[in-house]
Design a protein around this ligand. Sequence first.
Ligand SMILES: Nc1ncnc2c1ncn2[C@@H]1O[C@H](COP(=O)(O)OP(=O)(O)OP(=O)(O)O)[C@@H](O)[C@H]1O
Ligand SMILES: Nc1nc2c(c(=O)[nH]1)N=C(CO)CN2
Length: 175
Amino acid sequence: MVQSFPSDQAGLYEAYVALGSNLGDREQTLRQAIEQLSAAEGIQVERVSDIYETDPVGYTDQPAFLNMAVAIRTSLTPDDLLSVLFDVEHHLGRVRDIRFGPRTVDLDLLLYEGVTMDTERLILPHPRMMERAFVLVPLCDVLTMAHPLRAAVEQSATLACQDGKEGIKRWITIC
Ligand SMILES: Nc1ncnc2c1ncn2[C@@H]1O[C@H](COP(=O)(O)OP(=O)(O)OP(=O)(O)O)[C@@H](O)[C@H]1O
Ligand SMILES: Nc1nc2c(c(=O)[nH]1)N=C(CO)CN2
């Protein structure tokens, strides 16, 4: 089921995207990904998190990641937005082989307004976001104070970090 809620800017919806990279020049790749998102029709990048260096989670025999998140406004539907994320991954050389394995870049759609959906191609909110400090800590940077999920995200991020399962350190402060 898809639910949509009115946005405060006509025709533009608020969405949050997580980015990760652990192959090649990770920082440059993340910056290129954000440039490509900004250049895409129907997408405005509103806020950019700091970049964090994080221990690999899940499949651990791989290099450390750089992770970050962005808040965007978009006129695209969730499905069309996901297609843009796939295009950016493809342009930046993402090859899909090992699930949870190393990648030049990974872009996940975390939240799109108040939409909840569960299709074969797209699940919203992202099904694994609340258990991943490498997602939640950067997300806290770009969620506004007014966002209804902010307190829950902050609490989960704190717990995920305290558990000590995920080493995460601020790598570069963007602004
Ligand atoms: N919210 C979402 N954002 C991105 N991809 C999603 C989402 N929901 C479902 N998918 C689907 O998940 C599939 C696998 O995505 P991907 O290769 O990025 O997984 P992964 O990065 O290895 O693992 P994870 O999804 O846990 O980050 C994609 O083909 C996509 O269709
Ligand atoms: N630290 C970290 N670990 C991961 C990451 C990631 O982006 N950062 N992505 C994964 C697959 O989605 C699996 N594990």
